[in-house]
Design a protein around this ligand. Structure first.
Ligand code: 6R9
Length: 635
């Protein structure tokens, strides 16, 4: 039996049972056999979910870049590590070999050191999907600096909040970015953000679009000349297994984003192991995940997981619709992609277009298809299966979170029979539980409840940066001795899991988690707005779209509601980013509230989804009369 690489269903069950019976033995065998450690651990696992505290491989020392790069040099130094496909299809793709990656990461790491970055310092990376992004991430890891990548679609305000929250000393950005036909002035956004970030000392600027930008004389430096002059050798910093590797922000139920902190040893072991199995990765494969490295999917399954396995990982700078809706399939054909991993929202958007965009391409290289980010609806699943996979490629519907670091529930292709809309079975080492509202675990099959995990796994986040109490309150207080995911799920008659969606104030729009609170905060800052509430409603491409209920102040200045709606969306774009814009804005006289003053979002959600027949009990409301008025004027 191979513990590391599962190839059929019987083997999965055997491995799973072993992983549950003795998790420490299970993970220590994998860690021992498949990674390079400078020093072995003293204890495999120490944990206490009440504190909460989780430590994997305490006492061990390593550097994750040695595992992702150096150890491959002898066996596959000339193999492509990163295959960069530019936004513009007429610009040539770049094949960066493991040797070249080593050189570029070492040089970049030396630049960071020369600029005063030391182990434990936070470095904010705000870059488009160009090779420098992956290289900057790895260069931080090389010297033990903690990277905090901020998705380059976030606004200046959102960027500033994230820079200040983790007290980053340096920002790495580019002069601009390409997205389809658009050029975005990233450096301008950074300049605006940094007006609110007095503690940032240095900005390194990669050249991508050759635009004219302002360089702040004491602060900004072009990256390339520094790299040209940097030393080629950079010994990896020796890290403890539990030293922080990175911070990545995710939305929560308050306005402040949560900086999820991941550590080194366990994260490496879990992302590498899950990558190998979920994608059935083989040495000659060309693997492509279409996510952005600004999200956890990019961290774990574009950079760390694939590189730890010596894989070729594609990085795509552009968008699925440029120059036309066949771009994804063009890239699959051109680079003979074997595993393709994307989001349901992308699948739905492409499924709306002419099927010729797909059928015009040779997709016969594909072996495994993946989805992530939100529940995949049945129609999208079948379209993906029939037309992209031509019924030959298992679809891995992978459920996981920024907090979990790696995939927790997913089929193992060619082992687990798939079932549309089901993420199916837990990965080895993962012990899911469904809980009822009273806090009891629901046993047996054909049940649904709140999804929790009852035992630690190596890649779980260890804390929220600077706020351990919030970490405990958010994830470990709803259910005793359980990690609470915030998702609802059902378990079918054979024990397969289907994720039904968030049960908290997070709405997933086009696969992006958006907290209602930060959006409401942004709206409420508009001078005409008194109060607002945001809910999600079904949307055929985005999965969910946002519906905003807005109460105006008693002011005569803002009579033009269309203009006002535009201004509100403009405000959201500035504060958060265009992904958080509202599809519908309804101006209302009041919001349904409980006696304790909580907005009854349940009712607002039903109105937005046009399900007003059965609103449930409204008698406990402080102001039941407002409900009918909102229904009458609903959009
Ligand atoms: C990896 C990632 C996490 C939330 C998660 C859940 C939703 C992710 C899913 C899925 C149904 C899937 N989610 N994968 N829902 N099926 N296969 O997306 O992380 O951005 O933190 O989002 O996304 O609601 O709780 P993150």
């Amino acid at each position: 039996m191979s513990t590391y690489h599962i190839k059929h269903l019987e083997e999965y069950f055997q491995v799973y049972r072993k992983s549950i019976r003795n998790p420490e033995l299970f993970w220590s065998e994998i860690a021992e056999e498949h990674f390079v450690w400078r020093k072995k651990w003293d204890t495999v696992l120490e944990w206490d979910f009440t504190k909460p505290e989780v430590k994997w491989f305490e006492g061990a020392q390593l550097n994750i870049t040695e595992n992702c790069i150096d150890r491959h040099l002898r066996v596959r130094g000339d193999k492509t590590a990163i295959l960069f496909e530019p936004n513009d299809p007429s610009e040539e793709a770049q094949h960066i070999t493991y040797k070249q990656l080593h050189e570029r990461v070492c040089k970049f790491a030396n630049v960071l050191k020369e600029q005063g970055i030391e182990k434990g310092d936070r470095v904010c990376i705000y870059l488009p999907m160009i090779p420098e992004l992956a290289i900057a991430v790895l260069a931080c890891a090389r010297i033990g600096a903690i990277h905090s990548v901020v998705f380059a679609g976030f606004s200046a305000t959102a960027l500033a909040t994230r820079i200040n929250d983790c007290d980053a000393k340096m920002v790495i950005t580019s002069d601009g970015s390409y997205r389809g036909t658009k050029t975005i002035d990233l450096k301008g956004i950074v300049d605006e953000a940094l007006e609110q970030c007095p503690r940032v000392q240095t900005v390194l600027v990669a050249k991508r679009v050759n635009s004219k930008i302002n360089m702040h004389p004491d602060r900004d430096q072009w990256l390339q000349p520094l790299l040209d002059n940097a030393y080629l050798d950079c010994d990896p910093e020796i890290m403890d297994a539990e030293d922080p590797l990175f911070i990545l922000y995710t939305s929560g139920s308050t306005g402040k984003p949560k900086g999820m902190m991941h550590t080194t040893g366990g994260y490496m072991v879990y992302t590498a192991y899950s990558f190998k199995n979920v994608f059935q990765y083989q040495e000659e494969d060309v693997y492509w995940c279409t996510a952005d490295i600004g999200w956890i999917t990019g961290h774990s399954y574009i950079v760390y997981g694939p590189l730890a396995n010596g894989a070729t990982t594609v990085m795509f700078e552009g968008i699925p619709s440029y120059p036309d809706f066949g771009r994804f399939w063009d890239i699959v054909q051109k680079h003979k992609v074997t595993q393709f991993y994307t989001a349901p929202t992308a699948i739905r958007a492409l499924a709306k277009e002419n099927l010729d965009y797909v059928t015009n391409h040779d997709l016969s290289s594909l072996k495994v298809l993946g989805t992530v980010g939100e529940p995949i609806n049945e129609e999208a699943w079948h379209w993906y299966n029939d037309h992209v996979g031509q019924k030959k490629c298992p679809i891995v519907d992978t459920w996981w979170q920024t907090e979990t670091g790696g995939i927790l529930i997913s089929p193992i292709p060619f082992a687990t029979p798939t079932k549309p809309t089901y993420a199916t079975l837990p990965m080895p080492g993962i012990q899911p539980a469904l809980m009822d509202e009273e806090g009891q675990e629901i046993m047996g099959n054909q049940v649904d409840g709140r999804l929790c995990i009852k035992f630690p796994w190596p890649s779980m986040a260890r804390t929220i940066w600077g706020n351990h109490e919030r970490y405990r309150d958010t994830y470990f207080s709803a259910f005793k001795n359980q990690y609470f995911t915030g998702d609802g799920a059902l378990r079918d008659e054979v024990g397969y899991y289907r994720i039904t969606g968030r049960v908290d104030d997070v709405i997933i729009v086009s696969g992006h988690n958006l907290g209602t609170a930060p959006i409401e905060d942004a709206i409420n800052e508009h001078p005409a707005v008194a109060e607002s509430a945001i809910v999600g409603f079904p949307h055929d491409v985005k999965g969910n779209a946002l519906y905003g209920y807005v109460i105006l102040k008693e002011t005569g200045e803002y009579r033009d509601r269309n203009n006002l709606s535009k201004e509100i969306n403009q405000q959201i774009t500035e504060r958060i980013g265009p992904i958080a814009k509202l599809d519908k804005i309804q101006f209302v006289p009041g919001l349904p509230k409980t006696r304790s003053g909580k907005i009854m979002r349940r009712i607002l959600r039903k109105i937005a989804s046009k399900e007003t027949e059965n609103l449930g009990d409204t008698s406990t409301l402080l102001n039941p009369e407002v409900v009918q008025q909102i229904i009458d004027e609903a959009l």
